[in-house]
Design a protein around this ligand. Structure first.
Ligand SMILES: C[S@@+](CC[C@H](N)C(=O)[O-])C[C@H]1O[C@@H](n2cnc3c(N)ncnc32)[C@H](O)[C@@H]1O
Length: 197
């Protein structure tokens, strides 16, 4: 999947020009402290939302696409927010083990299902021991214009999430958010995990 090309061709249907409503309305958002990573941050709206709410924390938005990062840097300027070019699958001594929190939104579901165990391993590697993962999983992205196998996001379900994350992460909470981007109502699952030591 050539993500940079999507940004170049302006084929970015996931970008809503605003942070994810379940993040904005999540009561626990203010609890995120320390070093926070947003992998697959795209244009950075979620990362900027977290940075604005947590001025004492340091937020890193990471993406594999230089054009996404260029757009993120143009859109957001906050003293505690930086954007870095990073393929989360590649080990990185600068970032591995650095983060207290990872916030993920439509990154897992954008990853080819064959690589999702690697994705779980990458998040575990990037977090400090005992660190937290908060995720908004887009369970069912399928509609008239997008059917299974038609490209990312690929969708997921509770069974897959349980299977892939168990053993490495302890599930602390799981809920269907009652707010969403228009059209995503009831199609997302929010989960709060802790990396097991
Ligand atoms: C569906 S988009 C979601 C973007 C953003 N989270 C949002 O909701 O607007 C998935 C993002 O993950 C990024 N991505 C895909 N594979 C990646 C990887 N291996 N490492 C880092 N970012 C990746 C893509 O470039 C893209 O920006």
């Amino acid at each position: 999947m050539d993500w940079n090309r999507c940004y170049k061709d302006k084929e970015t249907p996931w970008d809503k020009g605003a942070p994810a409503p379940p993040l904005v309305h999540w009561d626990g958002g203010g609890e995120m402290r320390g070093e926070i990573l947003v992998p697959g941050c795209g244009y950075g709206f979620d990362a900027a939302e977290i940075a604005g709410r947590n001025p004492g924390s340091r937020i890193t938005g990471a993406d594999i696409s230089p054009l996404a990062l260029e757009g993120a840097t143009r859109r957001h300027s906050l003293p505690n927010l930086e954007f870095v070019l990073k393929d989360i699958f590649r080990p990185d001594p600068e970032l591995d083990g650095r983060f207290d929190w990872v916030f993920e939104h439509t990154c897992f579901c954008a990853i080819d299902p064959d690589r999702r165990d690697d994705y779980v391993g990458a998040v575990a590697r990037l977090l400090k021991l005992g660190g937290n993962l908060v995720a908004i999983f887009y369970l069912n992205p399928y509609g008239d214009g997008h059917q299974p196998g038609g490209g990312p996001p690929h969708g997921t379900d509770e069974g897959e999430l349980d299977r892939r994350f168990s053993g490495k992460f302890e599930l602390l909470e799981s809920w269907v958010p009652d707010v969403a981007y228009p059209g995503r109502e009831g199609l997302e699952l929010m989960r709060f995990y802790r990396l097991m030591v």
